[in-house]
Design a protein around this ligand. Sequence first.
Ligand SMILES: CC(C)(COP(=O)(O)OP(=O)(O)OC[C@H]1O[C@@H](n2cnc3c(N)ncnc32)[C@H](O)[C@@H]1OP(=O)(O)O)[C@@H](O)C(=O)NCCC(=O)NCCS
Length: 179
Amino acid sequence: MTSLAPPPEEGFDLPPGFVARRLTPAELDAVQEVERRCYAHPWPVEIFARQLETAWASVYVVSREEAPERLLGHVVYWVVHDELHLLNIAVHPDAQRLGLARAMMGHLFAVARARCLQYMTLEVRVTNAPARALYEGLGFRQVAYRKKYYSDNGEDAVVLALLLDEQGNPAPEEGATPR
Ligand SMILES: CC(C)(COP(=O)(O)OP(=O)(O)OC[C@H]1O[C@@H](n2cnc3c(N)ncnc32)[C@H](O)[C@@H]1OP(=O)(O)O)[C@@H](O)C(=O)NCCC(=O)NCCS
């Protein structure tokens, strides 16, 4: 019988002094606090709780090694069949522009390689310039446009995708290799 191995925990090339680990149920309030600082329309804590009960979902958090209880970022993704879908990535304003989101994206690439996935997808608000710069710098390209996708403020979404080769690496014609 084949088993669905959990995604590997490697691939976080974090700046010195930072660590990543899976979110635990005891940290739901802490992760929601980061969420609240990052978004005008944050996910409620129930959505994070639901991810922890979902077999195909993964939630990782980042903190400083010396203060593990103070969460500084999180990434939430699903692996379904041959696709990795990124649902959420956020870094506390106190820790932005340090490379934490790039490191979390690096973890996604490690998962994709380990599981030989064929593509990664995500939706991003059309006005979210920092996130779009992050994704487009890694080779994601627009594949669809969803008008009024976000029910909270009626904003449009851009759907981005990145095709992967047989090893789960970005397919050369799709853009840049992640740094
Ligand atoms: C988007 C976000 C996750 C980036 O996190 P971060 O840890 O600061 O990003 P990094 O330091 O890893 O930066 C990686 C790249 O992203 C892009 N980037 C990040 N912040 C940026 C900004 N404010 N303006 C322009 N580009 C930005 C840059 O290309 C950057 O590379 P560089 O530093 O070599 O120029 C963070 O701004 C955030 O949490 N925003 C609010 C939540 C959100 O919008 N999440 C995305 C939902 S789709």
